[in-house]
Structures are given as structure tokens and as C-alpha cells.
Ligand binder design. Sequence first.
Ligand code: XMP
Length: 312
Amino acid sequence: MPADYKAFIDAQVAELSKTVGQAKAINALSGGVDSSVVTALGHRALGGRLQTVFVDNALMRAGEPQRVVQTFRNMGIPVELVDAREEFLAALAGLTDPEAKREAITQTFYAKVFGRLVKESGARFLLHGTILTDIEETVAGIKRQHNILTQIGIDTQDAFGYQVLEPLKTLRKDQVREVAKELGLPPLIWQRMPFPGPALAARIVGEVTPARLETVRAATAIVEEELADSGAFQYMAVLLNDAATGVRDNRREFGQIVVIRCVESIDARTATATRLPWETLERICQRIIQLKGVNRCLYDLTPKPPATIEYV
Ligand code: XMP
């Protein structure tokens, strides 16, 4: 456990420079704290020899791709925004099973989009934000094996000589946040609330379509704005795969149902619903039922377990 984060940064920067030498490296930035720290460390060590890509998978929150790219640009770190929205939407079309949806997102990212970018880049090294918990969970069989070279379709026995570098593999999440602070990354990054890899697809029960994404994205923006000062561990909007009877303009309508979820937790392994003020819930509800086609808004009181935090 490195108490001296400055020494940790210096050591990792030296190690990356030495290992990569004059070759090229590539990494994918999601805006989460792990990939953000890898991006900043990598650029400190390699400068222009590190190519950083942000893949827009159509599943991000409103303005998120542009915001993440701009945050890094402001720090003098160029990030290439790759528009892969059509590929992800095509892969998700018709899928309703939660695991099938997650698998489609993983496959599209690694086997198609990122795999292609790596091959085109001419990079010999991949920087990846694996942390200690990821390795422990993979070993314990909780997470799927994440051998990134295999995932992007590169045979590790192959003569290409690709190498994956994982500078954060000895750290836990709280330590990564400390490194982020020490690197001078903005609070926007190290204070960021958890957001799942499958992004808004984790908050759409049933098929992910552009129209349903638009609904959950707008609802998410409302919830995030209204609960920004709640101090809760995580909060979100979820779109259910059902319709409820309602009345609008004196006519019966079958509307969509949006769930607000807001939880208290230490490490996401267990969680309880936050006791939000009734007025806050009413205000959010009033805004959410203005969204096109939505006529119900519910608050989820379920703890984890038995529920999970996300819905998919
Ligand atoms: P669950 O829904 O399992 O989530 O209670 C626990 C925490 O993990 C986040 N989460 C994910 N994070 N990739 C991620 O990086 C994922 O696939 C993923 N699924 C869930 C979730 O937001 C919560 O904080």
C-alpha cells in the first residue's frame, strides 16, 4: 500500500518510459477514475507516443463524451473521440436478456472497435486501468477473465509483440483516487460517482433502442441534477420494460415507467435506499413525467441484497 503517492507516480512514470521506450502505446479512456489516472500517467511518461481514445458507444450520459474529452484537453492531453454509436446500437438491437446485452457491449468494444483501433494504431503496448480488486475478483471467479489481448482478438502467442501494461494493478479504488488527486486531475474525476461499464444500457430493462436511450438519458440528467447535493453513494434513473395505464388530456394512455434509484453504500457490495425528502422526490417525479411517453415515476426502496444497484 503506497502511502507516498508522489513516489508511486514517479516510479510508474519511470517504469512506463523504460518499458515503452521509443515505441507507441494506446489506451481507452472512459472518464472513470481508473482509466483517467492511466491516461494522465501514460501521458506524463510517453507524451505524444501514447494515443488515447474515447469510444462513444451511444450509451453515455448527456454530453459525457464531449465533457470527458474537453476535461483532458484542458490539461493538455489530447483524446481522440471515436464515434462507434452505430456499431453498438446494431449489436444491441433485438436483445432483451441482461447478460446477452452486457456480452454484446463487451464484444463490440473489445473484439470490434478497440481491437480495430489497436491494430490500426501501430501501437505495441496497451495501457489498461486494471486495479487490484479486478484481479482478485477475476481470480475468485466473480468477474469474467479479463485477458485484454484475447478480448481484442490478438493471440498472445502471436509474433506481434503486443504487451499490456497495468500500472494500477497494486492499488485499490481509494488509492487510485489519491493518485488522481496527486496527479492534479480535477475533482470532477476523482469524486465521480460510480457509473457502470455498460453505461445507460444497465438502466434500460428490455431492448436498448435510440428512443429508449433518449428517455433514460433525459431522466438521468434530471435525477443527477436534483440529487447532486444529496451526498448519496449513487443515484440513477431506470426505464422499465412495461407500460402503465394513465390519463393525459382526458385520454387514456399507456405510458412508460421510470424508476428513481438512490442508495447509500460503502463499497457497493451492500446498499440501502436513501431516505430522500418527500419534496425532492415529488420535484423529480414532476419533471420526469414531463418526458415524452412517460406517465409513471417510482422510487425504489429495495436494499442490496436481494436487489443489485443497477437493473441489468
Ligand atoms: P450492482 O448493480 O452489481 O453494482 O449492485 C455494484 C456497483 O458496480 C457498478 N457496476 C459496474 N461497474 N462495470 C462497471 O465498471 C459493470 O459492468 C458494472 N455493473 C455494475 C454499479 O454501478 C455499482 O456501483
